[in-house]
Every structure is written in C-alpha cells, then in structure tokens.
Design a protein around this ligand. Structure first.
Ligand SMILES: [Zn+2]
Length: 320
C-alpha cells in the first residue's frame, strides 16, 4: 500500500502557542517513506526462502518475481500441490472430503521466455488453476492477481498475496508452508486454546516449527514503542508472549518476529509493526523530518508540516 500522507493544518497557527515536540515551528518537509511497503518485502523474503528450500531453486527476495515471471515454476508448483493433495486423499480419505482439494494440474511450457505469449499462457494457466482447483475467487478479490500483474509487474502485491493464499490453503492438506503461514497456524491454535475450542479436526503431521524468540521480540517491540514522541507514550502492553494490548483501546494484537521484521497479524494478513504504528500512533504521522527527499522518489513520500496538524492519508492512484 503506497500512501501519500498529507498533514493539513486544522487551525491557524498561533505564534504564541507553546511549541511541542522539541520546539520546532511550522515547516514543511518531505522524506522517502517506505514503511507501507515493508510488509510486502517481508512476505517476498519469506516466499523466496520457502520456494528455495522446497524446490532447490536459486531464488532470493530480489529475484523472486524474475524467477517466477515465465510462469513455468508456478505451473510446476501447481502440479506439485495437486500431487500432494492426491497423496493426502489417499492417506486421509475421511478428511479429504472436508477440504476442497485440487484434482487437476496444469499444462506448462517450460521453455517460455519472460514477457512472451508463452509466459502469459503459463501464468494464465496458473491463475485458472488457483480459481478452479484452489477455489480462490477472482475479480475484486485481493487474493487473486492478473497475468500482467506479474508479467509486467503491474501489481506485485496481489501476486504475492495470491501466492501466500495458495500456500495457506495447501498447508491444510500437508504441503510444507512458509514461516508466515506457520505463524498464523500457531496463533490460531493459541486462540482456539484460549476460547476452549476443540483442536483443528485435521491433525496433520506438521513440520517442527522454529520457536519464536519472545525475549528478543519484546525488546524489539519496546524499541519501536520508544520511538513515540507523544506527550503520553503510545502504549503496547504485553498481555502474554507475542500478544499486546495497544493504545487506549482494548485492541489485542499478535506480534511475531520474521527474520529482521516485527510482524503484526492484522485481519487475514500481516503488516510490519513499524507500519502499524505509523498508522496508529498519533505522533508518527505528524513527525518533523529534516531531510527533504527527491521528488522523483515520490513513490511513498510523506509531506510533513508540523505537530498539531491533522494527518490525512490519501492513497496514490493504483495503490490500495
Ligand atoms: Zn506517539
């Protein structure tokens, strides 16, 4: 999500008014602001690492889209998931009917070159497979993407979210999952236990999860909170390991470490704690900034004016 944050003055400045936040006066600056894109980076990093291990690929966060853009690997992935689903229904016939399992794989052109008709064809086959076999709905659904979103990089976010959704669904029938999905399952288990709900009715052997380093997590959370410059610090009170009550509300959030990111579970997805606080901590959208950024960098710039000003967030065209 790319946001153009515009801080508007809510009343005329009073020159005699006490100056808050370090006594800075009215001034306007812009600076590069990328926290809104960090969650996407964290997701890409997680997906790349997972695919690397799963298929022994030479892939990293920087080359994820490049490796997948011809669609060949995506089709291979779809066929592998279909194969895993087939094994699942043989091993657990009683459970298989409770899930929508993919039954048919896809045809694939292995020699497709980037940007070609063949690449589009492969990607399109994968998309159709996601819709039909994995029951991920199209049109208006953020979890689905379109061919050009990947081939021409028109919407990286939708592609990444779709890939994660495929992984989320495939994990239910025994496919190994990226760390983010494993953390989701861990949080769901915790919620189920707290609410005294019975455990998930599909007891699949899950790979050993790496335990979360909660001590380090709490320190990282404190570090993010301490950057608050509000007269009364925006609070994040630890309720239990990885679970915090935020601000004045009764909102509880689940927080986890993913490599060097602190991630927050929000709705059906994830955000980085940094971006989450940028949206919820009052001082962070009115911070003053010393170094203006190049206009060419406007991809995600903040326009800063001064504390005491109302902060408006205007989505840039093409972004959510
Ligand atoms: Zn604050």
């Amino acid at each position: 999500m790319i946001l153009l944050n515009i801080c508007l003055q809510t009343s005329a400045p009073d020159p005699n008014a006490p100056k808050l936040w370090g006594g800075r006066g009215v001034s306007d600056f812009i600076r590069p602001y990328k926290s809104s894109e960090q969650y996407l980076y964290a997701m890409k990093e997680d997906l790349a690492e997972w695919l690397k291990e799963l298929y022994d690929l030479d892939i990293s966060v920087g080359s994820l889209l490049e490796v997948l853009e011809t669609g060949s690997m995506l089709c291979y992935h779809a066929n592998n998931i279909t194969h895993v689903a087939g094994e699942f229904s043989r091993d657990y016939p009683g459970l298989a009917h409770k899930l929508q399992l993919p039954r048919y794989g896809v045809t694939c052109n292995d020699s497709a070159q980037p940007g070609t008709f063949q690449a589009r064809d492969n990607v399109s086959n994968f998309i159709q497979w996601c819709r039909k076999e994995m029951d991920i709905k199209g049109k208006g659904d953020v979890l689905m993407f379109e061919t050009e979103d990947l081939v021409l990089r028109k919407n990286e976010k939708n592609f990444v979210l779709c890939l994660l959704e495929v992984a989320r669904r495939a994990s239910r029938f025994g496919m190994s999952a990226p760390t983010l999905i494993q953390m989701e399952e861990e949080i769901e288990e915790e919620i189920r236990e707290e609410m005294d709900l019975p455990p998930e009715d599909i007891p699949l052997p899950k790979p050993q999860r790496k335990p979360c380093d909660f001590k380090n997590l709490d320190q990282m959370v404190r570090g993010h909170c301490n950057r608050c410059t509000c007269p009364v610090q925006f609070s994040m009170i630890k309720v239990s390991e990885g679970k915090y009550r935020v601000g004045d509300s009764n909102t509880l959030i689940f927080v986890r470490i993913l490599r060097n990111h602190v991630m927050v579970r929000v709705g059906g997805g994830w955000d980085t704690l940094e971006h989450y606080l940028d949206k919820h901590d009052p001082c962070r959208c009115t911070s003053l900034c010393k170094s203006p950024c190049a206009v060419s960098n406007l991809g995600g710039c903040f326009l800063y004016i001064s504390p005491g000003f109302k902060c408006l967030r205007e989505p840039i065209k093409g972004a959510e």
